[in-house]
Design a protein around this ligand. Structure first.
Ligand code: FES
Ligand code: FES
Length: 168
């Protein structure tokens, strides 16, 4: 008889196919952090408020603490680790956060970087107002947000924001 306490899923995570047998109620956040060892996806509130756990699910920003891993079956998941280039080059958004002081302790940063990446893919030429609006779903306790706003502005103003930067 089949074990009803587990289920097999197939997910592509940062371009790598994974087939895993998991508990049906395992969250996508725990699947990524525990099963995949991708601890860049942070857990803050664990109830959809802080945005620290944001990842891309088929290109769309989602809160991994609110999504069951089974909901990612046959989908493509991208975490903050998957945004870097093949040789570890920072993406344009990541580089902009570094250069414009968009982080302090860094706890919120993966969630911001993933959210901003999705936002700029959808709206590559945002107004300052749109940038501030886009950031409302992520919380930061350190920066006061201005450095983050500046980083997003800089990333948007950099030609080809979806392209990773080469080595300096
Ligand atoms: S940990 Fe998921 S939104 Fe806060
Ligand atoms: S940099 Fe510390 S919470 Fe945002």
């Amino acid at each position: 008889m089949a074990d009803v306490d587990t289920i097999e899923i197939h997910v592509r995570v940062n371009g790598t196919s994974r087939r895993e047998t998991i508990r049906p109620r395992l969250t996508l956040a725990d699947f990524l952090r525990v099963n995949c060892g991708l601890t860049g996806t942070h857990l803050g509130c664990e109830h959809g408020v802080c945005g620290a756990c944001t990842v891309l699910l088929d290109g769309e920003a989602v809160r991994a603490c609110l999504v069951f891993a089974v909901q990612a079956h046959d989908a493509e998941v991208t975490t903050v680790e998957g945004l870097t280039g093949p040789d570890g080059q920072l993406s344009t958004v990541q580089a902009a956060f570094r250069e414009h002081h968009g982080l302090q302790c860094g706890f919120c940063t993966p969630g911001f970087v993933v959210s901003v990446t999705a936002f700029l893919a959808e709206n590559p030429k945002p107004t300052d107002e749109e940038i501030r609006e886009a950031l409302t779903g992520n919380l930061c306790r350190c920066t006061g947000y201005q450095g983050i706003v500046n980083a997003v502005r800089a990333a948007a103003d950099t030609a080809g924001t979806a392209v990773t930067e080469g080595p300096a």
